[in-house]
Ligand binder design. Structure first.
Ligand SMILES: Cc1ncc(COP(=O)(O)O)c(C=O)c1O
Length: 397
């Protein structure tokens, strides 16, 4: 232990360093803005694009690189960048690849704030936003100006699984970058980088780690994964120059939750199927939306690509038109286990109500008219959740 004359100095210059050989279940946590260079040689020789050449907190620490490597692995990719939220990861892709005059295609069921952000770019930077129907690959008509297509499998509110194969094939033929919002599959339902007999792959995945990887409903984070080093470097440069970075503490928390992520995903997936089977029997709904439901558009694409039968814990219902907004609000307010809130993937079940008319640009013939309620199944017992929904439905009689 090094001794300092003045206790104030001793408090600042830690007397003890952990030995290299110490091993713990969780990796040590690094919190850093400044990273100290041993010598000026290290300072002048550093290469910030090399993930293991540490230079400054925004460029990464062993803590952030550990989580990034794990997320890349879970999703079947090679490189990963972390962002402070899922939406910020989406915006990183948009800002790295879209330029004035480009066209971007977006699925009609895409995560709403992504579309909102792109429309903002459209107005300000002459980037044309075009909408396609995810279950009809014919509706995607790339032109010479098309740079990027956003995919989501399944859409997180209406839960259609897209015709991923034909959309990706068409994009590849037209030399269009494919970016998939992989939050629903979380790298567990299917491998976005190898999802067919022909080994089709998307170019980029974005994942709201806020959902299943965090698993606590308390931490925001996002990731961008690729297999292509050139794409990664383009993203990395944008990431570093925009100052996008995440907190070491949040990163360590998510790293800790990864150990049980697939167990939680499977349980929530199973519970969602139990709730789904019950919801299908109830007379109040005109449609019960879940990719495993054969009556739902896109079911065949889910069945082929998610051949293990896995799905996230989301189920939506469309109430029959006789239930107006006041009735749906009463229903949501009567639930006790399901809490009213955005997001999913945490321990507590959540509910949210949506008006499809305000959400969709295309006329979706496969969706019935009516108000939609989405259930995000948590880790409670599914029979208790069913009872909660049953009690709330009784309030509508
Ligand atoms: C499908 C999907 N993608 C992205 C996001 C954005 O994630 P975050 O809340 O971390 O910004 C969400 C959040 O609800 C989402 O549902």
């Amino acid at each position: 232990m090094t001794k300092h004359n003045c206790p104030q100095t001793a408090l600042i210059h830690a007397p003890r360093q952990a030995p290299q050989y110490i091993e713990t279940i969780q990796p040590p946590l690094f919190r850093a803005s400044t990273i100290i260079f041993k010598t000026t040689t290290h300072l002048f020789d550093r290469h910030w694009t090399d993930a293991y050449d540490y230079s400054y907190g925004t460029h990464g620490t062993p803590t952030t690189f550990t989580l990034a490597d794990n997320i890349a692995q879970i999703e079947g990719g090679d490189f990963c960048l972390l962002a402070p939220s899922g939406l910020s990861a989406i915006n990183l892709v948009n800002s790295a690849f879209l330029s004035s005059g480009d066209e971007v295609w977006v699925a009609d069921n895409i995560y709403g704030p992504n579309l909102e952000h792109l429309k903002n770019l459209q107005d300000r930077y002459d980037i044309r936003v075009r909408i396609y129907n995810p279950i009809d690959a014919e509706s995607f008509q790339p032109t010479e100006k098309t740079k990027l297509i956003w995919l989501e499998a399944a859409g997180s509110v209406t839960l259609e699984f897209p015709d991923l194969k034909n959309l990706v094939k068409k994009a590849q033929q037209a030399n269009v970058l494919t970016a998939l919002d992989n939050t629903w599959g979380a790298g567990l339902a299917f491998n976005a980088f190898d999802f067919s007999d022909e080994h089709l792959s998307v170019d980029i995945t974005v994942h709201a780690l806020t959902k299943y990887p965090s698993g606590g409903g308390d931490i925001l984070m996002g990731s961008v994964v690729t297999r292509d080093q050139l794409l990664h470097h383009k993203l990395y440069r944008m990431h570093a120059t925009q100052g996008i970075s995440v907190s070491g503490d949040d990163t360590a928390q998510i790293q800790r939750s990864l150990a049980h992520m697939s167990l939680r995903y499977e349980q929530q997936s199973k519970s969602a199927i139990t709730v789904l089977d019950w919801l299908k029997q109830q007379p109040q709904f005109s449609q019960v939306l879940h990719p495993s439901n054969p009556d739902v558009a896109g079911h065949q694409f889910w069945a082929e690509i998610c051949s293990t039968g896995k799905s996230a814990g989301l189920v939506s219902v469309i109430f029959k038109p006789e239930y107006d907004l006041a009735a749906i609000r009463k229903f949501c307010d009567s639930l006790t286990l399901f809490k009213l809130g955005f997001s999913w993937g945490g321990p507590v079940s959540l509910v949210m109500l949506y008006d499809l008319k305000q959400m969709r640009e295309l006329k979706n013939t496969h969706l019935q008219q009516g108000l939609l309620v989405r259930f995000c199944i948590g880790l409670e017992h599914p029979e208790d959740l069913i009872q909660d929904i049953q009690n709330a439905l009784k309030q509508l009689e």
